[in-house]
Design a protein around this ligand. Structure first.
Ligand SMILES: *[C@@H]1O[C@H](CO)[C@@H](O)[C@H](O)[C@H]1NC(C)=O
Ligand SMILES: *[C@@H]1O[C@H](CO)[C@@H](O)[C@H](O)[C@H]1NC(C)=O
Ligand SMILES: *[C@@H]1O[C@H](CO)[C@@H](O)[C@H](O)[C@H]1NC(C)=O
Ligand SMILES: *[C@@H]1O[C@H](CO)[C@@H](O)[C@H](O)[C@H]1NC(C)=O
Ligand SMILES: *[C@@H]1O[C@H](CO)[C@@H](O)[C@H](O)[C@H]1NC(C)=O
Length: 445
């Protein structure tokens, strides 16, 4: 019954007894949080069946006995908290083989041996060929991103898969980069959605010279970011086919779904604050994931003081062209701010026009430009590549026009000047799915 359960959060519930064997059937479980209860007995070895587990917190219970060897089979495990139990014995050696494990807490038990010095840095260095320039796939103000291949070396891993990853290394010389690392780590650690970049590891350790080293490890996205597809460099013009109408629609739906989730289904809510094409990553099948949470803000602010930032220390949150007007005037960060950036992004995706283009000056914005043509001349302002391509996809011109009018209307409403006039991302997601069902019922997205 619980076979599809992905997360089990039962912390602080006064639950007691031994862990039921049925738990071993939750094959797709990624998060197991049973801390601060009164569970007792041994930590069951059947947990090793749940080989997708990434996070385990069994702290503050009455678990006794030894840490089972079998935990060493949990190749995806990133965080393991066993503090404040009455465990004894040694730390099993196999724990050292968990390449993704970066947090391991066994304090307040009666366990001998020290927490293994994880070779996280050396794993990442090996994966990226010592952070070779040839593996550099992106660079920002605070970080460099490298492509790498991680080798899982956990004993008995039947799926001896090698994993393509993107390793984002923070440049700790840059003021604010350390904070960016923490924010991104905190924002992404426990959230899961198919349209959000999946963080595998937040890694805070030391390099070979003993210097601080902070990096985030993500799944590698083979098609790179959306910016390069919308505005290809001259040398990539040939290799990057313009995105089709259906691809563009499914990309905006993916982004809207991700934001709806962040705004309305997470607690605390996550405000992304930096939506733009270069932060949208595309998978093999062009499904889109929202990435780069370095400017994200959690609302209400969590207790952890380190994340509470004064706005002045960071300047305006966002990127020119996408940042909502009220942030420039010192207005508060809000979900409506993300909706604005989303609106601009949507207009960019369907017009092919970058909001920072030179033509947008002296009060002319992408929003105004589109609004002036809307709805009669909408076909004059959409990306010409789109029309050329999709007439071939046998969508009639009239139907395509209707479709584009309804889509662009969503973009215009989201990018309105006043926050109160914009749509919520929940309504946006619903509306876009509806448009898809009407005009392109046969595609899956
Ligand atoms: C916790 O459970 C025990 C019995 O299992 C009960 O006596 C106690 O009142 C419970 N505590 C709370 C706070 O519910
Ligand atoms: C694990 O559980 C303990 C006890 O409830 C809690 O204090 C701690 O914050 C939890 N750790 C994480 C990372 O959630
Ligand atoms: C743990 O077990 C001890 C005795 O073995 C008992 O005194 C204590 O109350 C238990 N703690 C919890 C949190 O159940
Ligand atoms: C850890 O991995 C190495 C390399 O795959 C293997 O030789 C070794 O036996 C493993 N150690 C344990 C304790 O499983
Ligand atoms: C489009 O129309 C042409 C000619 O009518 C037909 O051969 C082709 O299979 C159609 N393509 C699609 C994707 O429906």
């Amino acid at each position: 019954m619980l076979i599809n359960l992905e997360q089990l959060h039962l912390s602080r519930n006064n639950l007691s007894g031994e862990l039921p064997e049925e738990l071993g059937n939750c094959q797709v479980l990624t998060i197991l949080a049973l801390d601060s209860n009164s569970f007792q007995g041994t930590i069951p070895s059947f947990l090793s069946n749940l080989n997708g587990l990434e996070f385990i917190n069994l702290s503050c219970n009455n678990f006794s006995g030894v840490i089972p060897q079998e935990l060493g089979l949990l190749n995806e495990l990133q965080e393991l908290y066993l503090a404040k139990n009455i465990l004894s014995g040694h730390i099993p050696l196999v724990i050292e083989n968990l390449t993704n494990l970066y947090m391991f807490d066994i304090s307040y038990n009666d366990i001998e041996g020290s927490v293994p010095e994880k070779g996280v840095f050396s794993n990442l260095a090996q994966a990226t060929e010592s952070f070779a320039t040839s593996n550099l796939i992106g660079a920002g103000k605070y970080s460099h991103v490298y492509k790498g291949v991680l080798l899982s070396k956990g004993e008995g891993s039947s799926n001896q898969k090698s994993n393509a990853v993107a390793v984002k290394v923070f440049d700790l010389q840059q003021l604010g980069s350390s904070k960016g690392f923490m924010v991104e780590c905190e924002a992404l650690r426990l959230i899961r959605h198919r349209n959000l970049i999946r963080i595998r590891t937040c890694c805070s350790t030391f390099d070979y010279n003993g210097n601080d080293f902070k990096a985030l490890v993500f799944d590698y996205m083979p098609n790179g970011n959306l910016h390069r597809w919308l505005h290809p460099e001259i040398d990539e013009l040939k290799s990057l086919r313009p995105l089709s109408l259906t691809q563009r629609l499914s990309i905006v739906i993916d982004i809207a779904d991700a934001l709806d989730y962040l705004h309305h289904n997470c607690y605390p809510s996550v405000i992304h604050c930096d939506l733009k094409p270069s932060n949208i990553l595309l998978g093999e099948d062009f499904s889109a994931c929202v990435g780069d949470f370095g400017l994200a803000k959690l609302l209400p602010d969590p207790v952890s003081k380190s994340l509470v930032e004064s706005e002045s220390s960071i300047g305006i949150r966002g990127s020119i062209g996408y940042v909502p007007p009220e942030y420039g005037d010192g207005g508060p960060v809000s979900t409506a701010g993300d909706a604005y950036s989303f609106g601009v992004l949507l207009l960019e995706i369907f017009t092919g026009k970058n909001p920072t283009e030179l033509m947008f000056k002296d009060g002319l914005t992408l929003h105004n430009f589109v609004e002036m043509a809307f709805p009669e001349q909408v076909m004059d302002i959409v990306d010409p590549n789109l029309i050329a391509l999709d007439v071939m996809e046998n969508i009639s011109f009239k139907k395509m026009r209707e479709f584009l009018v309804s889509i662009i209307e969503v973009g215009l409403t989201c990018s309105k000047q006043w926050p109160i006039d914009r749509m919520s991302m929940e309504d946006v997601a619903t509306q876009l799915h509806r448009i898809k069902d009407v005009y392109l019922p046969n595609i899956n997205c």
